[in-house]
Design a protein around this ligand. Structure first.
Ligand code: MF3
Ligand code: CO
Length: 254
């Protein structure tokens, strides 16, 4: 079932999304070579609790941490551990925040120090792919419009698109209907309506699109061990476009 959120629900989700944004900013401050991914998880965990909110991912289907931290060839769902961040890494941070029973979901990929121009382009173009996908959203548009725009852009930059994981609806669960794939055909699929809340989350690879699941049952990495980047926002569909719920309230509000 695809839920349409009321104005009151959107207001709560905006608050949850703003806390998500603030948690990302808090983690970013500490993201330097030498810090472990578990330390980043602790920072996010404490920060979210200090705001009287809850980390959405903790215990979700048994997930053992508050955030996901995925390095280099890891695509998503990296479990925080005693591994240290080092110069030349790319680090994807994925955060879920639940407030008053409503969730928000957002991810960013950071470049740590010196990386090759190719890796820099991967990260910049994945962020651009998210913006391009979002730009298709408005009441009456189709889910396929989002994925086809993302995939066409990615391919034009020589990047591949992970297909095993997709964006999704967000609400009283972190994952709701509908699926929001990062591939597809224009003018096909579900018609977007005002008040739908979806997370759009392109995962793009330098090499082949294929991925595998680690023995930890969570971490997903590229088969060819080449880097992957991930950006995600939770947005609400409006009559003329969309509003980002996981952005900076003061500067991003449109
Ligand atoms: N943002 C992640 C996704 O949409 C949520 C991961 S939930 C977790 O796939 F529990 F797996 F971390
Ligand atoms: Co998500």
């Amino acid at each position: 079932m695809i839920s349409i959120k009321s104005a009151r629900e959107i207001e709560i989700m905006r608050e949850a999304g703003y806390l998500n944004y603030l948690t990302h900013e808090e983690v970013k401050k500490h993201l330097k070579p030498g810090i472990t991914t578990k330390e980043l998880d602790n920072i996010a965990h404490k920060f979210i609790l200090s705001k009287n909110a809850r980390p959405s991912f903790l215990n979700y289907e048994g997930y053992p941490a508050s955030i996901c931290v995925s390095l280099n060839d890891e695509v998503v769902h990296g479990i925080p551990s005693n591994r240290q961040i080092k110069n030349g890494d790319i680090v994807s941070i994925d955060i879920g925040v639940e407030l008053h029973g409503y969730h928000s979901d957002a991810a960013r990929t950071y470049i740590i120090g010196d990386v090759s121009p190719e890796v820099r382009a991967l990260v910049e173009n994945t962020q651009k792919a998210l913006e391009i996908g979002l730009s298709k959203i408005k009441e009456g548009a189709k889910i396929g419009d989002i994925g086809s725009a993302i995939a066409n852009f990615a391919h034009s930059k020589g990047l591949s698109v992970v297909e095993e994981l997709v964006g999704h609806g967000v609400g009283t669960s972190i994952h709701e209907d509908p699926d929001v794939p990062n591939y597809g055909k224009e003018n096909t699929g579900l018609t977007l309506k005002s008040g739908m809340v979806i997370a759009v989350e392109p995962m793009l690879n330098i090499g082949e699109r294929y991925v595998y699941l680690h023995d930890d049952d969570w971490t997903i990495s590229t088969d060819d061990e080449l880097p992957s980047a991930h950006f995600e926002h939770t947005v609400v569909v409006t009559k003329d476009g969309y509003k980002i719920l996981t952005g900076d309230k003061l500067n991003d509000e449109k």
